[in-house]
Design a protein around this ligand. Structure first.
Ligand SMILES: [Zn+2]
Length: 123
């Protein structure tokens, strides 16, 4: 299950696992966000991440990263919801987005290592 995006490119996954929780990813149309000026939302109680998908692809990726950082902030009990969290999450998501843009292949490398259960011989 995944969501088609308005431009050519990979589909957005329908779910993301963060620690012990699985969040549903729901695309937001511009109409949902125009009144609040928000690009996304992490609803911890509803286990749902909303992302405005009617933006430039890199901004969609950054917003999804931002909302996943909110989920990490909650799941790993970093702190309770407050303005400090918003600032820290924005810095983390912006930094991670920049690292991914500047280092092609890094995300795939980390993904593959994260799934490897034990050391395996290269030969
Ligand atoms: Zn935020």
């Amino acid at each position: 299950m995944s969501h088609k995006l308005p431009w050519y490119g990979p589909d957005m996954p329908a779910r993301v696992k963060v620690g012990y929780m699985t969040f549903i990813i729901e695309p937001w149309k511009h109409g949902n966000t125009i009144s609040t000026d928000r690009l996304g939302e992490c609803d911890v109680a509803g286990q749902t991440i909303h992302v405005n998908t009617e933006m430039a692809p890199a901004k969609v990726a950054n917003t999804l990263m931002h909302e996943i950082c909110h989920a990490i902030y909650y799941v790993y009990g970093i702190a309770k919801q407050d303005a400090e969290e918003e600032h820290a999450v924005t810095m983390m998501a912006n930094g991670l987005s920049g690292v991914l843009v500047d280092n092609p292949g890094l995300a795939e490398f980390l993904d593959q290592l994260s799934r490897q259960e034990a050391w395996e011989d290269a030969a």
